[in-house]
Write a protein that binds this ligand. Structure first.
Ligand code: DX5
Ligand code: ZN
Length: 216
């Protein structure tokens, strides 16, 4: 984990008719990661993109592909997303019958492992795996759609995770995802998040000036 804050723009808010050039623009604008939201219409009530799209985007940038899988059951698709070019593969514990097994499947592909907690999901659900993963993704909206309102009550979970890190001497990244804007990003960082996901704010604020929005 680094002390610097990373920005992972979510391409969910990009113009899908020109996804390739949107990704290139994000790289030029200084994005650290590219956050790719994968939804199956079953685990969450929305459908987005699959591995074929990620495969086509992969040659366009060397930026880390931060792939957020909102699909269940997740195990059978891990390999496909790894082969497509994901660098970090994040899943939800509710999307697997065996969290330890899913972690191992991702590691077998030599990818970084993330676990995501929905706003109402508790840390206890993943606590015993924290020593074995690279990242925890705290959802600050119900997963499924961009443009929702930030839920400040999830910040307490980030503080709890920081405590666990300290007492157990652990080293995972803490990423926050959902409704992040210029104001609440400061609260998230203060709570202990070191990676910020943002779709709407980055693509739509300041007339879509993504460079300015990433820097702000
Ligand atoms: C929600 C997704 C998020 C979200 C980010 O299910 O995981 O990545 O869309 O978009 P904004 O910043 O618009 O909330
Ligand atoms: Zn996401």
């Amino acid at each position: 984990m680094t002390n610097s804050i990373k920005i992972s723009p979510s391409i969910l808010s990009a113009d899908f008719s020109k996804l390739g050039s949107e990704v290139i623009s994000l790289e030029r604008a200084g994005a650290d990661y590219i956050h790719i939201d994968v939804m199956d219409g079953h685990f969450v009530p929305n459908l987005t993109i699959g591995p074929e799209v990620i495969k086509k985007l992969r040659p366009l940038t060397e930026k880390t592909f931060d792939v957020h899988l909102m699909i269940s059951p997740v195990d059978k698709f891990i390999k496909d997303y790894a082969k497509a070019g994901a660098d970090i593969i994040t899943f939800h514990p509710e999307a697997t019958e065996d969290t330890a097994k899913t972690i191992e499947l991702i590691k077998k592909e030599n990818k970084k492992v993330g676990i995501s907690l929905k706003p109402k999901s508790k840390i206890e659900l993943i606590e015993k795996h924290l020593h074995n993963i690279d990242l925890v993704l705290i959802m600050s909206v119900e997963p499924g759609f961009g443009g929702q309102k930030f839920m400040p009550e999830v910040l307490i979970k980030i503080k709890e995770l920081k405590e666990i890190q300290k007492t157990q001497n652990l080293n995972f990244d803490i990423e926050i995802d959902g409704g992040i804007n210029f104001d609440n990003s400061k609260d998230a960082i203060e709570a202990g998040a070191n990676i910020l996901v943002s779709g709407t704010t980055i693509f739509k604020s300041n007339n879509g000036d993504i460079k300015k929005n990433i820097e702000l």
